[in-house]
Design a protein around this ligand. Sequence first.
Ligand SMILES: Cc1cc2nc3c(=O)[nH]c(=O)nc-3n(C[C@H](O)[C@H](O)[C@H](O)COP(=O)(O)OP(=O)(O)OC[C@H]3O[C@@H](n4cnc5c(N)ncnc54)[C@H](O)[C@@H]3O)c2cc1C
Length: 388
Amino acid sequence: MEPYEGIDFYEIDALLSPEERMIRDTVRRWVERRVVPEIGSWTEQATFPRHLVSEMGDLGILGPNIPGEGSPELGAVGYGLIQQELERGDSGLRSFASVQGSLVMHPIHTYGSDEQKRRWLPLLRSGAAIGCYGLTEPDAGSNPGAMRTVARRDGDGWVLNGAKMWITNGSIADVAVVFAKADETIRGFLVEAGTPGYSTVETKHKWSLRASVTSELLFEDCRIPAGAALPGALGLKTALDCLTQARYGIAWGAVGAAGACYHEALRHAKTRVQFDGPIAGHQLVQRKLVEMVSEITKGQLLAYRLGRLKEEGKAKFYHVSLAKRDNVRMALQVARDARDLLGASGITLEHASGRHMANLESVHTYEGTHDIHTLIIGSVLTGIEAYR
Ligand SMILES: Cc1cc2nc3c(=O)[nH]c(=O)nc-3n(C[C@H](O)[C@H](O)[C@H](O)COP(=O)(O)OP(=O)(O)OC[C@H]3O[C@@H](n4cnc5c(N)ncnc54)[C@H](O)[C@@H]3O)c2cc1C
């Protein structure tokens, strides 16, 4: 099979620096070699490829945009290209990297104490430690401000009570970034695995993101020291700031998943013969392929422009919402059309499109659902919030 070359219908490659292309190609080859051959069976067995975490650390792709010792300190576009290539392999792998970098290393770097940064960032960057991010609760999803988890001051520490749900990496994490109501605001804490009163339960029977760990986090009179509070993580806006970083990566990742589906559909359409010729020779099939490339190209331009805006310090949360919302919508449609072109064979795990389609249903929902991003952008356009 010919190697994956991505899609470059509009010569967007020419807008990338040689370093950015090199990073993208390195991760592309790694995904081709280490992920693509096995991801179908990991999905079938609902197994997260934990052995790849240290390889990702060695490649320097965990939190590569977060400053610190050993960091390549990539710009936003370089970082985005990595997410694109990881999600071309599987959304679960990109979810792992998004959580580790944007939802754990970013808050520790931005809101943590020097001691917290010294302790955790090198471990997380190398993959020696895994992190998770606990914001969502059973009764607080789209409206995280309604959370019930509380942190009560107790002597020189805190006592946590409550539950978090749908937490990526939860059961395999060495450290959890946890948001809780405390002192009449919301604060972020670091909770280490093994702390008495802290336990996790893995969520089984998923048909989406099966090669990714999703868990509940339970806190029952869980006592953590004063030094566990992230000193700068005060207020819901700090939790939302982390989400903005992760959503940015999703905008790129979705392009990668869509690219994988398009390539699979194109290859199939050129070789599958029905009515005496390859199905790629039928007008309706060509229309589907053209729609895919057209939508993917627009998605690439959105992600690229957003990346450059971010590098210039001009990207706002609503720019990120627009790209997350539209690129995931686009990728989901591309995955569905690719599955359609694969016919019956598209429902097996031998092909990637059905797996990407199922994964993208989660991506459509997490990090702010499609409709919540509609309301975020709508409130910016109109000046009127329509959440309630
Ligand atoms: C695989 C997976 C991994 C995840 N990983 C994490 C993680 O690592 N950390 C974490 O904290 N969370 C995580 N989540 C949780 C995710 O962010 C939430 O599922 C998401 O925010 C939606 O919340 P909910 O599921 O409670 O849905 P709800 O908020 O109950 O929404 C249900 C439906 O109602 C709609 N809706 C809600 N409010 C409105 C409104 N005002 N107007 C119109 N429509 C509305 C939504 O758009 C949606 O269609 C993960 C979820 C999944 C599926």
